[in-house]
Ligand binder design. Structure first.
Ligand SMILES: Cc1cc2nc3c(=O)[nH]c(=O)nc-3n(C[C@H](O)[C@H](O)[C@H](O)COP(=O)(O)OP(=O)(O)OC[C@H]3O[C@@H](n4cnc5c(N)ncnc54)[C@H](O)[C@@H]3O)c2cc1C
Length: 561
């Protein structure tokens, strides 16, 4: 049941209902049960004993008719007390649904159980409703550590079971902290699973703070120096995960991204982290001592809350603005989030010029030109990054049905601002039209095309020449040829937009780093509150950098939270 120090007190198997109750040394009750006979669906009721009426217990062996079934209520609010069943025993209605129908355990039975964490119990009861008959099973007595608990207690609650959250939870758990890791999705590590084409580009051997965009380019240095790509590679090797370098220091699993998720799950399990999926975090508030996390499954009191809810990219995978909203609520500034590592979309004119070539690709050096709005357009807010020379990325450019993509374009997109231009050197390091300059004859568009097709895909070369030929008769003087060469090395476009968060691999911007401690990721405004991973205004280039930031920032917080 995933918690160290839990002592299993009883297991009942009654006509196919198997249940287990345990009481943890740290004041945590763990209860899990399985419905192993289909016949039981719809005729089971379960009651939990709440001595104080404060039991934060929600479980459900519901029927199809009402998935909530007969469950104990949260906080002892609803439900009637059955005479003769035992003090404090509650048979409630409207328990909280927490399972997915159709989930099966290894035996093929439907797994409807859930690990519950209560505070104080004095008695518990298993019972079964068969038709009108109430069958009461022996009461199980188990101890209490203290009298009354209104909120479940943890040392650390990590919000978001993505890359950063899992890493942080495991790290904190290894220090002996009682850690709860929650996510509103159905499973942990969902973005890891789809990353790197299913093989997860889990780090980059050359990852340094310079590979990140942030209003404060120094912020990532400390965490990145303390948890390096070598550290993560050592972890991957310890789990026997085979990997390879694809290009430019990018390390991928040989087999599957699932291996990275499984590794992190094991790290969390071994560290005693309690993981709960399907839990929506509603709010975080300060308490007299520490913080309280309010969720769809009850409240959790803790000393530290780590916000690892990620950015806005790929909303259908569960991305929310929760982290930003929470940060703002506590007075943190948020650098306006925008889509990064995202395909760019052409305006009508460029789309007509280029998009019938969708599928063609070529190696370029791409960069984002200055982020100045087009004439008449609203001026975009300038930031520290806008005034920096834009980085050039030598990678592939791909023409798409709507604009441009490919690694070079994705890299550039993180630096691009609406209204700004992007620039591509279509023949990096080459002097393509030199042969034209070397002879006096044969200086025409045909010769230019012949020279260019040796460098670009033929249809792309033909299009590039045709567009220029339509605009000018051609200046075949040496100076004119030099200008043509220059244009080839600075193909400049003003995209109409990007494919947005739906297609973006990352979110640029996020929780402003000025009010975070670079060593620990702790808020300078709210002691005990931490922000890690993509929710922070630290965004990596394409190529394993974003995961390295997730690991490094997760460890930084996990070492102290
Ligand atoms: C298609 C794709 C491929 C990628 N490939 C790579 C790659 O190969 N290499 C690389 O370095 N990076 C890659 N990235 C980027 C990388 O996945 C992210 O930077 C990284 O996952 C960020 O980790 P995180 O833990 O901060 O956030 P996430 O992994 O996004 O995790 C955040 C978690 O918080 C949960 N959550 C959100 N809101 C709430 C809420 N209110 N309550 C409870 N839970 C909540 C979400 O369900 C999610 O599980 C890729 C991204 C995408 C989209």
């Amino acid at each position: 049941m995933g918690h160290p120090g839990v002592q299993l007190l009883a297991v009942e198997v009654v006509d196919g209902l198997a249940g287990g109750l345990g009481y943890g040394s740290c004041g945590v009750l763990e209860l899990a049960y399985y419905l192993v006979a289909e016949a039981f669906i719809g005729e089971i009721g379960v009651a939990g004993g709440a001595a104080d009426g404060l039991l934060d217990l929600a479980f459900d062996l519901g029927s199809d008719a009402g998935d909530a079934g007969l469950g104990a209520p949260v906080g002892g609010v609803t439900g009637g007390v059955f005479d003769g069943v035992g003090a404090g025993c509650v048979l409630g209605t409207g328990g909280v649904q927490h399972k997915k129908r159709g989930q099966t355990d290894a035996d093929g039975g439907e797994k409807v159980g859930k690990i519950l964490h209560g505070g104080s119990f004095s008695s518990g009861v298993w019972m079964r409703l068969a038709g009108q008959r109430l069958v009461v099973l022996p009461t199980i007595e188990f101890g209490m550590e203290n009298g009354s608990v209104s909120e479940q207690q943890y040392d650390v609650v990590v919000l978001g079971a993505g890359a950063a959250g899992m890493m942080c939870a495991a790290q904190a758990g290894q220090r002996g902290r009682r850690v709860l890791l929650v996510d509103h999705g159905e499973a942990v590590g969902r973005k890891i699973l789809i990353s790197g084409g299913g093989r997860c580009n889990f780090t980059n051997t050359g990852a340094k703070a310079e590979n990140f965009l942030s209003e404060n380019p120094h912020f990532a240095k400390s965490a990145m120096a303390r948890y390096t790509p070598k550290d993560f590679i050592a972890l991957v090797e310890r789990y026997g995960i085979r990997y390879h370098e694809k290009t430019l220091g990018q390390l991928f699993c040989d087999d599957s991204a699932r291996q990275i998720v499984t590794m992190l799950e094991k790290e969390c399990a071994e560290a005693g982290v309690v993981t709960q999926c399907g839990v929506t975090v509603v709010a975080v508030r300060r308490a007299d001592e520490g913080l309280v996390v309010e969720t769809s499954e009850g409240s959790f009191a803790c000393a530290s809350v780590v916000v690892a809810t990620g950015g806005l990219s790929i909303p259908k995978m569960g991305a929310t603005a929760f982290g930003y909203e929470l940060a703002r609520k506590f007075g943190h500034a948020v650098v306006e989030p925008r889509a990064g590592l995202v395909p760019l979309v052409f305006g009508v004119e460029d789309r007509e010029r280029w998009c019938d070539l969708a599928g063609l690709s070529t190696e370029v050096v791409g960069s984002a030109a200055k982020s100045v709005g087009a004439p008449g357009e609203k001026q975009v807010r300038r930031s520290a990054q806008d005034d920096k020379p834009k980085k050039g990325f030598r990678e592939k450019l791909l023409v798409t049905h709507r604009g441009l993509s490919g690694p070079a374009v994705l890299q550039v997109s993180s630096y691009w601002r609406p209204g700004g231009e992007v620039r591509f050197d279509l023949a990096p390091g080459l002097e393509v039209f030199a042969p034209l300059r070397e002879s006096i004859s044969g200086r025409d568009w045909n010769s230019a095309f012949a020279a260019l097709r040796a460098v670009l895909p033929t249809r792309m070369a033909e299009r590039w020449i045709r567009i220029r030929a339509a605009a000018s008769a051609g200046d075949w003087t040496n100076a004119g040829i030099a200008r043509l060469e220059q244009e080839l090395h600075a193909w400049t476009l003003r995209p109409d937009g990007s494919e947005g968060f739906a297609k973006a691999e990352v979110t640029v911007g996020g929780v402003d780093t000025r009010e975070l401690d670079a060593r620990t990721m702790e808020s300078k405004r709210v002691p005990g509150l931490y922000f890690i991973g993509e929710v922070v205004d630290v965004t990596g280039w394409l190529g394993g950098y974003n995961f390295q930031w997730a690991w490094a920032s997760g460890v930084a917080a996990g070492l102290v939270a």
